[in-house]
Design a binder for this molecule. Structure first.
Ligand code: ZN
Length: 355
């Protein structure tokens, strides 16, 4: 969400409060590390922080800039110091369009080196135009050395418009050793005008030397209600579907969006739950046949097996919820509830939902 303010970060009260405190003081560390699971809004938080840093009415205000007739009226002198982007000044508008000259990005790219520029431009366009753009990359995607070098050369010059320059490095764990050394040198430079914001879902993959020089900001997984809220209000996903997606997403909005885009969550759920039927009937050979069918002679990919297990986990969660009096509308596998009497005969299984 590009027009975002720190005050509006979804589901991140602690990070939001901390970052606003930093902005209010107007003293920035050379580097911040935003970490937490994938798809919870680290990039949005980084952009909101960048915007607050570059805002003309806040820390980014250049003391030498002549007042312009066309500027919106300045805040009253007795107003509290700004702790967030104003959202209205020229700098804020430029950041919202990802067009501020002092805001730079590094992110992993896959594909041919000669197509790099086009790939990057294309990604930036999508990011600009779709507030719910989900970065997807191949396993081998990395932050390219050539792009990093070019950026580092630019950092030798003063920022163009603001007092600081902000570099957002998305998935900073996808760099090579020599890039980290160059990055480290830049982070350690005293009095540098650059504020680095690194994001990662895998902080342990970053060299300890980098981690120790960053101010760490932890972002939390979103609640199912928060994920559902975005799916229903912003993306017009029907409630029934959004409940299932939010339950599967494990606190990750991107994951919910991806599942929604792939469009087969409900079908997959029903397939996964059908696998349990013979087990519930206490029919081992039936179970064997069903599983063999699902495996399709080993042709079923790892990803779809993983998702199948996720559905089974959700089913178990539903059983527990139903067992302890959870409301029907909190259950996401409810339509495949086993009938009473369909329980395994032996052992002490959890009572079936609603049974
Ligand atoms: Zn502003």
């Amino acid at each position: 969400m590009l027009g975002l303010k720190l005050a509006d970060l979804l589901g991140q009260p602690a990070a939001s409060a901390y970052l606003r405190g930093v902005v209010r003081q107007g003293r920035f560390a050379n580097a911040y590390l935003f970490h937490g699971p994938a798809g919870i809004g680290k990039m949005s938080a980084a952009l909101a922080f960048a915007r607050a840093i570059l805002c003309e009415r806040g820390a980014g205000a250049s003391p030498n800039a002549p007042p312009s007739l066309f500027d919106a009226p300045a805040p009253k002198p007795n107003a509290a110091p700004a702790d967030d982007a104003c959202g209205e000044c020229a700098a804020c508008l430029k950041v919202a369009k990802l067009a501020h000259p002092d805001l730079k990005f590094l992110f992993p790219v896959s594909g041919e080196e000669k197509e790099l520029e086009a790939t990057i431009a294309d990604t930036m366009t999508q990011l600009r135009e779709n507030p719910f753009f989900v970065f997807r990359y191949e396993k081998a995607a990395s932050i390219r050395l050539s792009i990093t070098r070019e950026l580092l050369r630019e950092l030798a010059f003063k920022p163009y418009e603001a007092t600081h320059r902000v570099v957002v490095v998305r998935d900073a764990d996808r760099m090579r050793e020599d890039q980290y050394s160059a990055l480290l040198k830049s982070i350690e430079e005293p009095g540098a005008a650059t504020v680095w914001i690194l994001t990662t879902a895998r902080p342990s993959r970053l060299p300890a030397t980098i981690r120790s020089r960053c101010q760490k900001v932890r972002l939390a997984p979103l609640s199912e209600e928060q994920v559902r809220g975005v799916l229903e209000k912003e993306l017009r996903v029907p409630a029934k579907q959004s409940r299932l997606l939010a339950a599967l997403a494990n606190g990750s909005l991107s994951r919910a969006i991806e599942l929604n885009d792939s469009g087969d969550a409900v079908e997959l759920r029903d397939k996964a739950l059908a696998l349990l039927e013979p087990a519930l009937r206490g029919d081992p050979s039936g179970l064997w046949r069903t599983v063999q069918g699902y495996m399709n002679f080993g042709r079923t990919g790892r990803e779809s097996l993983r998702r199948m297990i996720e559905f089974h986990e959700l089913w178990l969660r539903d059983l527990l919820r139903a067992r302890y009096g959870g409301a029907d509308e909190t259950l996401v596998t409810a339509i495949a509830r086993p009938r009473s009497g369909a329980r395994p005969r032996r052992s002490t299984p959890p009572r079936s939902a609603g049974g």
